[in-house]
Design a protein around this ligand. Structure first.
Ligand code: UD1
Length: 374
């Protein structure tokens, strides 16, 4: 039988740790699957992109579209034009997309219009918040895809409720957790916390980059005020996202940040590599975040997580894990922090978040290719 020709797509930081285990799992089937890796270039800074390839041992992309930043329409359009050309040249049998960034949606639409099958890994997550660009990306991607790989039973319920044929849906677990479990030991052995002079459980970490939190001066100010208050007792390490840095400068809010050598207050640093940030999160007393993936990672690490959003597309992390939603208002964040720091939260690990999701995905794709599964 002819090998299955797969084109894997990554574009932005949270895609890399999801794609890495899939590439590894495919490597076990030479002769059965041929794979190529395409990077759209949505994220391009060394610290937002290349450093992850190194940390995760990923091959260099075979194709780099180099699209860079832009408005949603401009970025999406650039990706589509570049990706169409590649699809015509390479004629893959299947495109694999992960997550919910603009690259995910742009490549799905392009491939489907050329009659190429598409598999979406991390399908079915829904925040029901249409002001989130990612929610639009998720909906467009899932309605078009041929194979939908889900992380939990709630995602499957969402897809079925939207009228998607159950035969297309496969509950496989969480590829991001495959990567976390694989790298946990190496991350634990790093000496970063010692170099920073922080004790295990003696600090919090923070990520903040959602437009809903950082693009409005009053909102960003309120969030930073709350966090500055928490940081009086518990220093907060903040690897600052380029978008947030730009906005804080624009709004004159940089005085909330400590850029000194000693980790105190809201202590900012450049975006960190995967292993370094995992190291800091696994030893943190608390994680404050508006990221999606971190809600899942803290659930598996058993570290309390306050999500600085009013909703989440990952409710399983609240139902089973250590995550609580605080929204982005100062009083609400402080109340949640007080609560969570007063008690030890115990969480459970969701079903199939066991390090084997990528293996399951590749197994299913091979069964489909051989005709065993329809
Ligand atoms: C994107 C994803 C978001 C994901 C986040 C993780 C979409 C719609 N959003 O948001 O889901 O959680 O990535 O980081 O796809 N910039 C740089 N260097 C870079 C990349 C970006 O300086 O390497 C700056 C640029 O000023 C750019 C801004 O960050 O305009 C935003 O980048 P963009 O890719 O549009 O969205 P993110 O906010 O990173």
């Amino acid at each position: 039988m002819k090998p299955l020709k797969i084109l894997n797509v990554v574009g932005a930081r949270p895609n890399f740790m999801k794609m890495a285990p899939i590439i590894e799992a495919i490597k076990h089937y030479p002769g059965h699957i041929e794979q190529q890796l395409l990077h759209t270039g949505q994220h391009y800074d060394e610290k937002m992109s290349q450093s992850f390839f190194v940390d995760l041992g990923m091959p260099r992309p075979d194709i780099d579209l180099g699209v860079g930043s832009g408005s949603h329409a401009a970025q999406t359009a650039k990706i589509m034009v570049g990706f169409e050309k590649v699809c015509l040249e390479q004629a893959p049998d299947l495109v694999i997309v992960v997550g919910d960034v603009n690259s995910t949606m742009a490549c799905t639409i392009t491939a489907k219009k050329l009659g190429i099958r598409v598999a979406h890994v991390e399908a079915g997550l829904r925040s029901r918040d249409m002001s989130m660009p990612e929610e639009i990306n998720r909906l467009c991607t899932d309605v078009l895809c041929d194979y939908l790989f889900t992380t939990d039973y709630l995602a499957e319920q969402n897809l079925v409720a939207e009228g998607i044929d159950r035969k297309k849906i496969f509950f496989v677990g969480n590829v991001m957790i495959d990567t976390l479990l694989k790298h946990k030991k190496i991350a634990a052995g790093l000496d970063l916390s010692r170099r920073l002079g922080v004790q295990p459980r003696g600090y919090a970490t923070l990520t903040l980059h959602r437009p809903s939190n950082v693009d409005n001066p009053a909102v960003l100010k309120g969030v930073l005020e709350a966090i500055a208050q928490i940081a009086r007792d518990l220093p907060v390490i903040f690897p600052i996202h380029p978008r947030t840095k730009k906005m804080a400068q624009q709004f004159g809010l940089e005085h909330y940040f400590n850029t000194g050598d000693k980790v105190e207050g809201i202590w900012i640093t450049e975006p960190l590599g995967y292993l370094e940030f995992l190291h800091l999160n696994m030893n943190a007393r608390l994680v404050l975040t508006d990221s999606g993936g971190l809600q899942e990672e803290t659930t598996v690490l058993g570290v309390p997580c306050i999500t600085l959003r009013a909703n989440t597309e990952r409710p399983i992390t609240c139902e089973k894990g250590t995550n609580v939603l605080a929204g982005n208002k100062k009083e609400d964040i402080l109340l949640r922090a007080e609560h969570i720091l007063a008690a030890d939260v115990a969480g459970q690990i969701p079903e199939k978040w066991d390090g084997k999701a990528a293996e399951r995905i590749v197994g299913i794709l091979l069964q489909i290719h051989s005709g065993e599964l329809r």
